[in-house]
Design a protein around this ligand. Structure first.
Ligand code: MG
Length: 279
C-alpha cells in the first residue's frame, strides 16, 4: 500500500477510536467540568480532551513502532526508538467549548509529516465528530469528504461570500482597525468555534474564506486542514500573501488567510493588509 494510503487508514482508525472513547463522556455536556491542568497549547484540559488524545496515541502505537506526537494537550512526546521517522501533529478535540456547551461543531484534527514542518505534511484527517463526517487529504492525491472529492467555491467577492473570522482572544481593539474594512463589506460573517473544521468548510465550498490574524492560531489546529485546503485547490497564506512556512509545535502560532480561490483571496489580502487601518 502506498505510504499515504496506509496512513489514511490509520488516521481513520484513530478517529473511530476517538468517537468510541469519548462517547461515554458526552453525557456530561452542559455540566461544569473540572479543568485537568493546562495543555501544551495553553488551554485548560478537559477529560474529553485526554480521552481523545489517549485513543489516538493507543491506535498509533498499535500500527507504528516509532513516531513523535506533537499535541495540543501533551506537547511533544517521542515514542519508540526511531521517533524522527514521522511526526503526528494533532488537536484531539478542536472546539472543546462547543462540545461542552452542546454546540454541534467540534472536530478531531491529525496531520502526518516526515519532518516537524508544516510543508512536510503528507497525510491529513479532520473529522466532524458531531456528524461523523471525515475530511482527508494525501499530498498530490486530492482532498475528500467521506469518499467524494471536494472543491472550494467559485464565489469571487467578499460582499456575497460567507466569511469566517476568528475574533477570539481579547485583542479586539488592536484587531478591529485591520478588520473593519473586511467586516464592513461582509454581509455573512461567521465564527463557528472549531478552526480545523471551519478551514475544511473553505476546502469544500461550505464557506468562502476564513481569516485568523489574531496571532493565536496553533499549528496543532491547522496542520491537517492546511493540506486539505491545498489539495482541494483553495489558497492558504500569511496575511501578506506568503507561503505558510512554520515549524510544527504546540506553542507555534500562525496568522492565516484561507480562501476558496485566488480572486477572493486577493480581495481579502487587500482589505486586511497591515497599514490598512491608517487609511
Ligand atoms: Mg483541543
Amino acid at each position: 500500500l502506498p505510504k499515504t494510503e496506509r496512513w489514511t487508514q490509520i488516521l481513520v482508525e484513530c478517529k473511530d477510536n476517538v468517537k468510541k472513547d469519548t462517547k461515554p463522556l458526552l453525557g456530561q455536556i452542559g455540566r461544569t467540568q473540572r479543568d485537568l491542568g493546562t495543555g501544551a497549547g495553553g488551554d485548560a484540559i478537559k477529560s474529553v480532551d485526554l480521552a481523545a488524545e489517549n485513543a489516538i496515541i493507543r491506535t498509533l502505537q498499535r500500527n507504528e513502532s516509532s513516531f513523535t506526537v506533537i499535541s495540543e494537550e501533551s506537547g511533544v512526546v517521542e515514542y519508540g526508538g526511531n521517533p524522527d521517522k514521522c511526526y503526528i501533529t494533532m488537536d484531539p478535540i478542536d472546539g472543546t467549548t462547543n462540545l461542552m456547551r452542546g454546540v454541534p461543531f467540534y472536530a478531531t484534527s491529525i496531520a502526518v509529516s516526515s519532518k516537524p514542518e508544516l510543508s512536510a505534511v503528507h497525510t491529513a484527517l479532520v473529522t466532524d465528530l458531531c456528524h461523523d463526517l471525515t475530511y482527508t487529504a494525501r499530498a498530490g492525491k486530492g482532498a475528500f469528504l467521506q469518499n467524494r472529492k471536494i472543491r472550494p467555491s467559485e464565489t469571487l467577492g467578499v460582499e456575497d461570500g460567507v466569511i469566517g473570522v476568528d475574533l477570539n482572544g481579547y485583542r479586539i481593539q488592536e484587531l478591529a482597525p485591520r478588520l473593519s474594512s473586511l467586516l464592513g463589506q461582509t454581509k455573512h460573517m461567521r465564527h463557528l468555534g472549531a478552526n480545523a473544521l471551519e478551514l475544511c468548510y473553505v476546502a469544500d465550498g461550505t464557506i468562502d474564506a476564513f481569516v485568523d490574524i489574531r496571532g493565536r492560531l496553533r499549528t496543532t489546529d491547522m496542520a491537517a486542514a492546511w493540506l486539505i485546503l491545498r489539495e482541494a485547490g483553495a489558497t492558504i497564506t500569511t496575511p501578506k500573501g506568503d507561503e505558510l512556512e512554520v515549524g510544527l509545535d504546540p506553542r507555534q502560532r500562525v496568522d492565516c488567510i484561507a480562501a476558496a480561490n485566488g480572486n477572493i483571496h486577493e480581495r481579502i489580502l487587500e482589505l486586511v493588509r497591515p497599514g490598512k487601518e491608517a487609511e
